[in-house]
Write a protein that binds this ligand. Sequence first.
Ligand code: PHE
Ligand code: FE
Length: 287
Amino acid sequence: MLTPENPLRGDYSRMRDDYTVDQDWMAYTPDEHALYRRLVERQTRKLPGYACDEFIEHVHELASDGIPRFERANELLGRATGWQIVGVPGLIPDDVFFRHLANRRFPVTVWLRKPEEFDYIVEPDVFHDFFGHVPLLMNPVFADYLQEYGRGGIKALSLGGLGYLARLYWYTVEFGLIDTPQGLRTYGAGILSSGGEILHCLDAPAPHRVRFDLMRVMQTEYRIDRFQDTYFVIDSYDQLFRETAQDFAPLYEQLRGLPTIDPSVTVAGDALVPPASLYDTHRRSAA
Ligand code: PHE
Ligand code: FE
């Protein structure tokens, strides 16, 4: 939590007006590279059968020995979708974040967590931002979705829709599940960079897995300090792009009159998806 006793981590003293900083790759220590390597190894073992195919494919293309150089990733990204990553000192204001996305720039925190934060960290660091988010930016449809999201964010700020739009980001970009011909998978960066949630989100019996419904998502609250109680399942990135293409202004109006939904409950009309472990027997031992 960001409180006065717990201020923003990261060095904001040398940033440019748009909050970007140089990565200064030479400044990372051997211990930091080793820690990053351990994070990648732990997580890479968990991807088969859990991460969507696009993520696995692109995470390998982007692979590096230790903390990645943003410059090299930008060559690959530029060729694939025209996106770029830019270094930032840490969390940045909403309007700045949206403007970067709207211009196909993804802000990546330059610092790495401490060894004692191996399993859990509150703020995004370079491992979450790079390992979790950058692979899907190589996918053309997802890349377009995120740009549109940025544009929508700027618009939401003027319409008082930020809270609703933030839920959409949370339940797609950070914690989204996708139903594929091979079975249920995840494409959410918050899950893909988490050692524990990647198994929990697909296999655990407790969480609700609800088929994506735009208004339902924007009504649903979320917790930032524990595994999610509800996940939303898309069929394709095309679906995500299509269903969010409409003008959200009337939706924000409507949402103001609707109740919020607690993530620990389901509501009438929810189409529920069973845990992957129920219909995919080889996973039961892994869960
Ligand atoms: N279509 C939305 C609007 O008019 C913008 C948006 C696009 C939001 C994609 C989220 C994702 O505000
Ligand atoms: Fe994130």
